[in-house]
Design a protein around this ligand. Sequence first.
Ligand SMILES: O=P(O)(O)O[C@H]1O[C@H](CO)[C@@H](O)[C@H]1O
Ligand SMILES: O=c1cc[nH]c(=O)[nH]1
Length: 293
Amino acid sequence: MEEDVLYHLDLGTKTHNLPAMFGDVKFVCVGGSPNRMRAFAQFMHKELGLAGDGEDLADICAGTDRYAMYRAGPVLSISHGMGIPSISIMLHELIKLLHHAKCRDVTIIRIGTSGGLGIEAGSVVITDMAVDSSFKPRFEQVVLDDVVVRSTELDRDLAEELLTCSKEIPDLPTLIGHTMCTYDFYEGQGRLDGALCSFSSEKKLDYLKRAYDAGVRNIEMESTAFAALCRLCGLRAAVVCVVLLDRLEGDQIRAPREVLREFQHRPQRLIAAFIRKRLGLRPPAGNTLCPTE
Ligand SMILES: O=P(O)(O)O[C@H]1O[C@H](CO)[C@@H](O)[C@H]1O
Ligand SMILES: O=c1cc[nH]c(=O)[nH]1
């Protein structure tokens, strides 16, 4: 293409010098909420010891309110909204952006929230395999009038590296497991607290227990599309999500907001430690506090 307009990011090859803006990016972190991804960029700014307090980081996609994007040194932090269609659009444009910017050796990590299966709220799950609602490691993408099936395997070495990193961080219960990705938060995740209750409590528990037996430890809404797209485009990718509740015990997320905020910060602490380690940096003195959003 003579020109590539990255419409939803409000960036383009003719309007922006993408190699100058992004050519040295080495880590891309993505997550659903714009506020979380701004807070993560501010946190990374401090963790990397960059100049200034990082409080006034500019949204690189400010011209659009579809997604928000922030930079802290070699780390790009981008929101993707909720669900597969939203993350797919962002990833297509992000991957083209990395290509146009001539980025090399990029690691991409989704830092999210999820519902747990048989594990305590606050646990962090590093995904070894993203599976669909039938517990299969596949993502079905409709292309023209075909259903194309794509693999959702993630980088095992990267998952192990992250697990090793987690062991050096206090109060960060972390495990590796399968992550189930659904098209909905309510019926799609076997919840009975949505507007529709189309199955019994027994059927719900039977389904969730079968998921557990298949190796699923948490449930969210983007991992299969994320894994499939990153794999096909040759990006080393990981999914790291905190668990907000144990779905074998209930459907409603009842933890107080401050507790949820601290939970949300856990994947960020792990990824900050991982990035610092990769860059050969020491942790900054006394700075593992949860930033306010
Ligand atoms: O916490 P984030 O990354 O937004 O993701 C999870 O939270 C949303 C549902 O509350 C879904 O998008 C799910 O995947
Ligand atoms: O139960 C949950 C919690 C967060 N995100 C999800 O998709 N499901």
